[in-house]
Design a protein around this ligand. Sequence first.
Ligand code: F6P
Length: 369
Amino acid sequence: MSKMIGILTSGGDSPGLNAAIRGIGKALLGRHGMKVIGFRDGFRGMMENRTQLLDSKALSGILTLGGTILGTSRDKPYAMPVAGKMTDMTDVIVDNYRKHHLDALVCLGGGGTQKNAYHLMKQGLNVITLPKTIDNDVAMTDVSFGYDTALGIATEAIDRLHSTAHSHHRILVLELMGNKAGWLALGAGIAGGADVILIPEIPYDVKKVAAAILRRSHSGQGFSIVAMAEGAMSRQAAAKLAEAGKEKGSKKKNKKQQAREAAAGNRPGNSQFLAQQLEELTGLESRLTILGYLQRGGTPSAGDRLLATRLGTACADLISKGVFGVMVAARGDGAEAVQLKDVVGKRRTVPLDHCWIESARSVHTCFGD
Ligand code: F6P
């Protein structure tokens, strides 16, 4: 009797998901003689028992497709909106796992998905995960697939902004994705030659940003490019957030959430506010571009296709060896199974002494600090 493996994609979509599904599925079918079904729309489809057979026909021609052929959602097994009420649907999901006689469930997603998979692991299911997110903030892996593609899209945007900023002697602020980790703004800011990079890990002083821009202007560079992560915030906003975080008890979560929204200017207002501040402080015209979902769209880069395929095939090999309760982490040119319990609840943020930050400072990039 062939083993039966389920796959789902959960959380924000990203380029590379279909390449990963293909890598897992083709290896399981071809090399390990197993069968594969996909659940539609993440954990919600697993709760509603909506499936799609992933046979060789379904897996053909998807390597280069953006998004996910399975669909996705941000629903959590233990808190799922059902008839307008958040309901724990774990038991229904476990039942459907058993109904399909699954030998394992593969979950492709970011930090939230790792946590949801771990929750199901504790219910006795054989789960194994892959790290996916354009934010590159999944812990315990060198990199997540989706990041390389988004990095290319964001860098091309910065390249294009240079010509218009130069022509109009303007400040161009580019808001990039990355609510709690600044990898995308940092990487694209360096690759695109941004003059200022603002990331959530380094709360900025707007006066220092303006001073750096004015130094450029006085030296004849009448334009500046600011690469700003959507979660970057000013020192004042960060202080407000820290203050709210000191609140005790259940109010803490609401208060903290309110403060975070206030701090981030009820995203995406923050970048707009910064653009206005910089115009006032420097006297240079300032314009904002929010790159948004373009960073998650379209065909995966070659790097992400390669990464997703090698993690997917490594996942299939681990399943064939009966290794579960792990995330297939990227490690160098290869992959390493890391315990899910060590991944959950952590976020891979940019260390303040990271070599990329030092490298950017060496070419006079301002971080607002
Ligand atoms: O987690 C990836 C991400 O694209 C973040 O960068 C962004 O803040 C978030 O998802 C947007 O979430 P949604 O797609 O649910 O609007």
